[in-house]
Design a protein around this ligand. Structure first.
Ligand SMILES: [Zn+2]
Length: 386
């Protein structure tokens, strides 16, 4: 099997990377840009800081600040209308995965026909969009370096997953200073999302020699820094470590694919609006337990990297210790079980669990899992995570 590795051609990492935004916009030849962000980032004053940096360089800025968590086709339509009316030549995404994914979709539709739904799946987007500079403000999704985007279809209540080289940002500015004010709950949820990217990228059937070392480095950084950053939010070294982990997780999964956890996680987000990182966290232990028999060696490496087995454990023993280690991490980070997540109720869960399993299968991600489940097995796993 061939391995492909595609990442943004420019990635700038480190404290203060955000100040390169105007230079990068100029490199891309943009005199007018659309800044895609959300209300939370505006409130923190970060959007104003970035707009001022662009303004000082003589670049006109139009701002879309209405992107919601789990961004929707409507957010994308609003952005596209603004981009056209202001004749923007490039986009800047500032925020967590939601503004970055929304900006990717807006950029694509600026040069490709609507509707977006025709591009669901792998490599369906015909033309590159306008260039995008991605600036994450959470250490989580890795969307700044990935060729994937997820947009909610508000008519059908599904998350549209798209993967294409045309979704890659032209540049990523990875500045941990933008994450210093993340509250602990968000830090924990997006941190487990990052770890899930590292784990799934490493156990994926599409993993290859360029993704493996990056995926493992991601898991290693999470092992070293996630608990610290949760209990010491102002620890710069730990914030920098998690930001790097998120970026590496994005690079790894974007090129080897996510698997069953993400496949099952998206329907929970689409139906119950549970945050992406949290829905991964509640599924990860059960899905790992299910998947281990098909990839014992790989899960053993993960267990050793996370330090959740004895040093002299055999591969089998190390792998078997992993689900409990993941459950303990969730508990240490005060992440709830599925039944305790806000917005989730048992009657509705029972109503939709079969649809969620069908949607998960249809997304294609479960087919990259080391152990490929049936729809009935997915239903069982949802119940185990409950
Ligand atoms: Zn994710």
């Amino acid at each position: 099997m061939l391995g492909t590795f595609q990442v943004p051609s420019t990635i700038i990492v480190g404290g203060g990377a955000r100040r390169e935004v105007a230079a990068q916009a100029q490199r891309l030849g943009a005199r007018r840009v659309l800044l895609v962000t959300d209300a939370g980032v505006v409130k923190l004053g970060v959007a104003a800081e970035i707009a001022a940096l662009l303004d000082e360089a003589g670049i006109a800025v139009a701002v879309l600040d209405s992107v919601q968590p789990d961004p929707t086709d409507r957010n994308v339509a609003d952005g596209l209308a603004l981009l056209r009316s202001q004749r923007c030549e490039a986009l800047i995404a500032l925020g967590g995965g939601s503004p970055i994914d929304a900006a990717k979709a807006i950029a694509v539709l600026s040069k490709n026909a609507e509707p977006l739904a025709q591009y669901i799946g792998y490599h369906k987007i015909p033309q590159p969009g306008l260039p995008l500079i991605a600036m994450p403000t959470t250490a989580g999704t890795g969307s700044e370096v990935s060729r994937a985007a997820v947009i909610t279809d508000t008519q059908r209540d599904i998350k549209m997953m798209m993967l294409s080289a045309h979704l890659l940002p032209a540049a990523a500015l990875v500045d941990y200073e933008l994450t210093m004010s993340m509250p602990p709950g968000l830090t924990a949820a997006v941190g487990v999302d990052t770890m899930t990217h590292g784990i799934e990228a490493y156990v994926s059937r599409r993993a290859h020699g360029l993704t493996d070392p990056i995926a493992l480095s991601c898991v290693h950084l999470v092992a070293r820094h996630l608990r610290t950053v949760f209990s010491e939010p102002h620890n710069k070294e730990a914030r920098a470590g998690m930001m790097l982990a998120a970026c590496q997780g994005g690079m790894a999964f974007s090129n080897s694919s996510v698997c069953l956890v993400h496949g099952m996680s998206r329907p929970i987000g689409a139906i119950f609006h549970v945050a992406h990182g949290l829905s991964n966290a509640v599924l990860l232990p059960a899905v790992t337990r299910f998947s281990i028999p098909a990839a014992v060696e790989r899960y053993a490496v993960i267990a050793r990297t996370l330090g959740c087995c004895r040093a002299d454990a055999s591969d089998q023993e190390a792998a078997e210790a992993l689900p409990a280690g993941l459950e303990k991490l969730n508990a240490d980070l005060q992440l709830p079980r599925l039944r305790a997540c806000r917005g989730v109720d048992q009657a509705r869960f029972e109503d939709v669990v079969e649809k969620m399993a069908a949607d998960a299968m249809a997304s294609g991600s479960p087919q990259n899992n080391p152990r490929i489940p049936t729809a009935a097995e997915i239903v069982k796993l949802y119940r185990e995570a409950w």
